[in-house]
Design a protein around this ligand. Sequence first.
Ligand SMILES: Cc1cc2nc3c(=O)[nH]c(=O)nc-3n(C[C@H](O)[C@H](O)[C@H](O)COP(=O)(O)OP(=O)(O)OC[C@H]3O[C@@H](n4cnc5c(N)ncnc54)[C@H](O)[C@@H]3O)c2cc1C
Length: 435
Amino acid sequence: MKVVVIGSGMAALGAAHQLRSEGVAPVLYDKRPFPGGHTASFRHPTGFVFDDGPHISFTKNERLRDLLAESVGGAYETPQCRVNNHWRGHWIKHPAQCNLYGLPEKLIAEVIAEFEALQEAPIPEIRNYADWLVATYGETFSRTFPMEYGLKYHTCAAEEMTTDWLGPRLYKPDLDEVRYGATHPETPEVHYVSHFRYPTRGGFYSYLEPWVDDADLYLDHELVAVDPSDRRLHFANGRETDYDRLISSIPLPALVPMVAGAPADVIEAASRLACTRCMTVNVGVAREDISEHQWTYFYDRDYFFTRLSFPHLFSPETVPPGTSAIQAECYYSDKYRPIDVTPEECIERVVRDLRRCGLVREDDEILMTEVRPIRWANVIFDLDRPAALETVHGFLDDVGIRWAGRYGEWGYLWTDQSFVSGERAAAKVLSGGTS
Ligand SMILES: Cc1cc2nc3c(=O)[nH]c(=O)nc-3n(C[C@H](O)[C@H](O)[C@H](O)COP(=O)(O)OP(=O)(O)OC[C@H]3O[C@@H](n4cnc5c(N)ncnc54)[C@H](O)[C@@H]3O)c2cc1C
């Protein structure tokens, strides 16, 4: 049986791993000239190593933890997670809802009064993410913090979004925690990630390297057409191949229009699936004590970036000695906030705001800057998604194309979940099914 897997990221490699364990050797194709998908890492000529967007591993799946540890021969770091927020000049411990200490007194009083009132309030109808936020944290906190952050990160208003992506992402404190955090600078750690792992050398991609080495992988093969009736694939470089079973980790809005015979309503449904684009700006600075936190959320609209990460705090070996690395994420989406800046402007604005918030000082030497646009970043859980996704998945199931990974499931999957999604897809196609 010839199984073809499209992609070479976590999902495709999860599928290949599962297939090989069942005695099937799949063939993988990826459009890019390098493997790894979103989990690729790049070494800049100045010696800085950046991932394709910041990537850390915080999986609770023991089997995956062991697999990843084995991949890098046990050479990984295990830092304790330190996260903070920046809002109107205040640096706030994360999560803000139970770390209000030092914020304007009027704001704290309003947040606590509303939080108290919520304890007695009947549970309201939750129609969208905005309703959920207000029912969980009250109006003032919601409108000041998560709704502002959400607008920058998801690119659409909370009223436009569902709540099925939340999982443990937003911490729900009790009233005592909110009151305590408003009056004490030190509070217990409650972030859903307490420690994470990161390869000591080579960036996140090091985790994938042994799997890529084992794979029968063809790079520079962009799939442009799929004919499910005669099970044939066509690539942009003119090559063609056939398959018995097909697993795809391609983003659904890109996959569906290339499937021969896809009905207009399915193509239209795929076009309604929204995803953010990320302009990732990498900056190397000649000073090592830039930040104590591995990442920081920025709430103010006039700050260009949404989140900063500091990869030298993932592993010191990602940077030259005595330096710091900063990775800024700036979000757009075709549906809600089309890109209106050039890569050069992105760099200018990021450097300007790094100086404005004081992380980079006027006399700091900037050793490198670069922009890496990410075409498919985070799936937007807008109100269009559930129905459109059902239509698209139903069609792919009917024509025997098995979808996998973050952009095949069209969910908020982390690396480990994408790998497992690939494994599940492999088990499915071997058992003769796709759905
Ligand atoms: C900014 C950002 C930060 C993140 N941080 C974390 C984190 O800290 N921890 C974590 O666990 N997860 C994180 N994630 C999630 C993580 O990136 C994903 O779960 C995972 O990498 C998705 O893997 P995948 O294989 O499903 O998709 P991808 O890695 O996108 O793989 C899809 C592959 O398909 C290929 N492809 C696309 N179209 C074609 C075509 N037409 N022909 C051939 N090949 C094609 C692509 O080149 C790519 O290699 C983050 C995601 C983003 C965007």
